[in-house]
Design a protein around this ligand. Structure first.
Ligand code: NAP
Length: 305
């Protein structure tokens, strides 16, 4: 039996692993794929993590992992299918085996939300992408569109503008949600064009994206935008489905937990993007990992462990 099992190996999970090992816990990190690493691995540049300005996201994710590894955390590839409360021990059900833990930290993060437009599913991987840093290079010299108005959409657009000929940013309102510093960077680029108040009603193409149909939400007018790539950046959804009915969640599926990361099940904690919180950033994810382990230590004072 492990003292601590952490489900997920993004910054929140790895932060918890480092703190877990420092607390002397026999710690296991479960990850869906080898080197899962979370969203940070697909981030081109992280410029708001203290002390590491401009670090490449992949390098940062690898550093986090090396740190947890060096501290002695174990890693195992496993698809988690369920979680069972057996009082002072928890049972984590995976495809291959059941794993026992005295405490569990859920760090499963969040994934890209889909746009839901006709053509999106069919042309996914054929011009429709959810990761500009992964796929941007395929669209060198071409025209592309980024859908969304948050930090990710604007970061993606800035990234793509370096290599693509033209980048359209399609946003459903007339102002962006993204941080001001990112907006400033975007608006000074000569090859970026904003499509305000616009909703994508269809992604068209025959085995490859050819165009987008946009509808103006204010006057109802429609226009066709010729593009070869569409980068969907309309937010994230929590990876919490497997815990539905087991842990309390909000309407959007985020696991309810405060700064102490305690969930509705004693001995189970939620950290990072999967928990209810205001600011989802790498720094707040890492901080959750530290807070959760402190809560685990407190929890052990009241159990037979
Ligand atoms: P987000 O902040 O939730 O933004 C999603 C954007 O997509 C919004 O502009 C939203 O429009 C739009 N949208 C949502 N559903 C849509 C739909 N069906 N059709 C068209 N547009 C739609 O998500 P995010 O940009 O992925 O960021 C996720 C989290 O990571 C945020 O908390 C963000 O701050 C954080 N993050 C931070 C950084 C950084 O600090 N450098 C970098 C990346 C991510 P509305 O604006 O109209 O709602």
């Amino acid at each position: 039996m492990y003292d601590l099992v952490i489900i997920g190996s993004g910054p929140a999970g790895l932060g918890a692993a480092v703190y877990g090992r420092r607390a002397g816990f026999k710690t296991l990190v479960l990850e869906q794929n080898p080197m899962s690493g979370g969203q940070v691995l697909n981030t081109y540049e992280v410029d708001n993590y203290l002390g590491l300005p401009g670090i490449n996201g992949f390098d940062m994710g690898m550093k986090f992992r090396e740190h947890a590894d060096k501290m002695g955390a174990e890693f195992r590839e496993a698809m988690v299918l369920g979680l069972e409360d057996q009082g002072d021990r928890k049972l984590i059900k995976t495809e291959k085996e059941d794993i026992e833990a005295a405490a569990v930290i859920i760090a499963t993060g969040a994934s890209h939300r889909k746009l839901g437009a006709p053509g999106e599913e069919e042309l996914s991987g054929m011009g429709v992408s959810y990761c500009a840093t992964c796929d941007g290079a395929f669209f060198r010299g071409m025209d592309v569109a980024v859908i969304g108005g948050g930090d990710v959409a604007v970061e993606d657009a800035v990234f793509l503008a370096r290599t693509s000929r033209k980048v359209y940013v399609v946003h459903r309102r007339d102002s962006l949600r993204a941080a001001k510093v990112l907006q400033d960077r975007l608006f000074e680029l000569p090859n970026v064009e904003m499509c305000w108040d616009s909703q994508v009603t269809e992604i068209k193409g025959d085995n490859q994206v050819e165009s987008l149909i946009l509808e103006n939400k204010k006057d109802g007018s429609k226009k066709e935008l010729s593009v070869q790539g569409v980068f969907v950046a309309v937010g994230i959804a929590p990876n919490s489905e497997v815990f539905r009915g087991v842990l309390d969640m909000d309407e959007a599926g985020y696991i309810r937990a405060g700064e102490d990361c305690k969930t509705s099940m004693p001995g189970v904690f939620a950290v990072g993007d999967v928990r209810t919180k205001k600011l989802r950033q790498i720094v707040t994810a890492v901080a959750d990992g530290a807070n959760a382990v402190t809560s685990v230590e407190e929890y052990f004072l009241h159990t037979s462990h």
